[in-house]
Design a protein around this ligand. Structure first.
Ligand code: ATP
Length: 233
């Protein structure tokens, strides 16, 4: 579904990615791991066209996407839950969900308000409240619900559980497990290695802007030296 080959990305003159290469097959859940500042967010920004790569190739569903605008890339079927949520604070919960549905892909099993509300019942209770009045956890649920309303083939989450209370975090992980059971393809960055290991099929490790290791969750979990060496845990 998604192929990155030898991606190089810069912030002005400063090179952040030197050689990032990995792929995601349909229905796979893959984590991007690495210490702080190693290039995980930049990899996501490169895929989404927010910081377009200078070299390398990215294909999504068989089509080259680098060079397209981030709007065009999103419309190919990539849903994004950014770090810090970035919902529309003055719109109600319902409006936040409906506003993105205008530009969405058609899908076999379309997302609608009812499906999002059954995934996150708290959002239903607060459907007519401004998004700014929600708790941090509820805002995160709204950000995920909003990404789902675009009917994505690929969902990308960057630090979706960051700063949330443990119970709310667990709700987000449960929701991601449910989406995995529905065979949604997911690329995720998160600091909670234990939760990631319960969810993902494969890990990709980035160090200093390069993919340095990738393999199954089984192999990763069996080799404690990997986490020690690349993640310092
Ligand atoms: P973290 O877990 O801390 O978010 P990360 O792995 O996501 O880390 P990136 O945010 O992708 O790492 O950063 C990769 C490199 O690019 C770092 O050296 C960082 O300082 C640099 N960088 C990130 N954003 C910018 C920016 N807007 N301008 C210049 N350099 C940046």
């Amino acid at each position: 579904m998604l192929y990155l080959t030898a991606i190089e990305t810069f912030y002005q003159q400063s090179q952040a990615l030197f050689d990032v290469s990995f792929s995601l097959e349909k229905g796979e859940v893959v984590s991007l791991l690495g210490r702080n500042g190693m290039g995980k967010t930049t990899t996501i920004r490169s895929i989404l066209g927010l910081t377009p790569p200078r070299n390398g190739q990215i294909t999504f569903k068989g089509r080259k996407i680098q060079g397209l605008s981030s709007f065009q890339i999103a419309r190919q079927g990539i849903g994004f839950v950014p770090e810090g949520r970035q919902i529309f604070p003055r719109l109600t919960v319902k409006e936040n969900l409906l506003v993105v549905a205008v530009h969405r892909q058609s899908a076999e099993r379309s997302w609608n308000l009812q499906r999002v509300f059954s995934l996150f019942p708290r959002l239903q209770e607060r459907r007519d409240q401004p998004a700014s009045s929600l708790s941090g956890g509820e805002q995160q649920m709204l950000a995920i619900g909003r990404a789902l309303m675009t009917n994505p083939c690929l969902l990308i989450l960057d630090e979706a559980t960051e700063g949330l209370a443990p119970l709310i975090r667990q709700e987000i992980w449960d929701c991601l497990s449910m989406l995995k059971r529905e065979a949604l393809t997911i690329l995720i960055v998160d600091k909670d290695l234990v939760a990631l290991q319960k969810l993902v099929d494969r890990h990709v490790i980035i160090e200093k802007g390069r993919t340095v290791w990738q393999g199954s969750n089984k192999v990763f979990s069996a080799d404690l030296g990997l986490a020690r060496r690349y993640l310092g845990v």
